[in-house]
Write a protein of this length. Sequence first.
Length: 399
Amino acid sequence: MGNREKSILEDMDGKKRLFNLHCNGGVFNLGHRNTELIEVLTTALEDLDIGNHHLLSRERAELASMLADLMPKDLNVTIFGVSGGEAVDVSIKVARGFTGRTGIISAKGGYHGHTGLALAAGDEQYRKPFGPQAHGFSQVPFADLSALAESINERTAAVILETIPATMGIIIPELDYIQGVRRLCDENGVLLILDEVQTGLGRTGKLWAFEHYDILPDIVVLGKGLSGGVYPISATVIREPLEQVFHPDPFIHISTFGGAEVGCRVAKKVLEISSSPDFLSHVNTLADDFKKGLTEIQTKHSRFFLELRQCGLMMGLKLKDDISGPILTKTAYDNDLLMVYANNDQSVCQCLPPLNMDLDDVNYVMTQLDKALSSAKLLRPIAKGKKAIESVWKKITIQ
Ligand SMILES: Cc1ncc(COP(=O)(O)O)c(C=O)c1O
C-alpha cells in the first residue's frame, strides 16, 4: 500500500491506483487520510498524549458520554480498548463476570478477532494451530433459532453475534431471527453481545445496525471505523447494570493504550460526522445508487453473480462457487477496484465502499465492476479444480 487519499489507494510503486471497496472492514469508512480527522489528531498532539490509564481522563469521559448519548436506553457505560479483538474480550469478561456463568455461544463462520476470548469465539481454523482450546465456547449455525435454543443452557453467559456477519459472506439476518435471539436470551438470563466492529458507525445506513432490528443488545462492540483510520481505538459499550462487574475492583480490567486521549479526540469527531443526519442520508442515497447499479449488473451476469446481499453500504456479491470470490478479487484488482472475498464463504465478494465517497463515483465503480465480472466469468472455467485454485491464489498479489 502506497499513497492513499479519500477513496483511492495506490500500490507501493505508485503504478496502480485502486478504488477502495474494501475499506479494511470499515476502518476507512470516512476515506483515507480524512482531512478533518487529521486536523483533529494534529491539533490534539499540541496539548495531549496517550494519557495515563490509572488516572481519570476528560477525553475518555467526553467520548464515553457521547457514545451514551448516541446509544439507546441504558447502553451508557464504555470500556475503551485498542483493537476490536480486545473489545470483544472485554465483552465476554463482562458477560461472565455479571452472570457468574461461563458459556459463550457464537456463530459458525462468524469472526470476532484473533485475541484470546475473541479467538475462542471464532472458527476453529484460526485457533487450531495454537494449542489447547479455551473452555466454555460453542458455535451454532447463524440464522438458526432452533439450534441456538438447543444450545443455550443454565451455564450460558452470553450469545455473541455480528449483527451482519461479514467474514461469513454478508448474511443479512431476518428481523425474526435477531428478535428471536433477543427473546431466547431474555428467557434464559443470557446476555446478548452484538459485535458492530464492521456494521457500526453508519455502514448500514443507520448509526448502529441493530437499530434495523428494533432490539436492545446488552453489550455492543465497536472498533475499526472509530479510529477514523488514523488512531487505533475500540469500545465495549455495556448496559448500566453490567457496570457492577467493575465495582469491587475498577482495575480488574485495564489497557495501557485503550482509549488513548489523542485517539479519543479523533473518535469524538468520527462520532460527530457519522451520526449527522446529512451523513446518514448520503449513505442511504449511495446505497440506493449501488442497489440500482448492482441489480442491473447482476441481471447481466446472473449465472455468475447469483445474488446481491445489501444493507445500506454493507454489500456482498454472492457468486457461483468458492473459486469465484478469489477470481473476482483478482479481476476487480485488474480493473482498479479493491474488493476482497469473504474468508469464511469464498463464494461471496465483500463490497464496502467509503461512506463518504462521491455520488459521481458510483458510475465509475459500476463500469469497472462490470468489466471485472466479464473477465471473472472467462477466468473461472480455467481455474476449476484444486490445482487451478492454487494457481489463482498465486495470481492474487494485492500489495
Ligand atoms: C466483526 C469483527 N469483529 C472483531 C474484529 C477484530 O478487530 P481487530 O482486528 O481490530 O482486533 C474484526 C476484524 O476484522 C471484525 O471484522
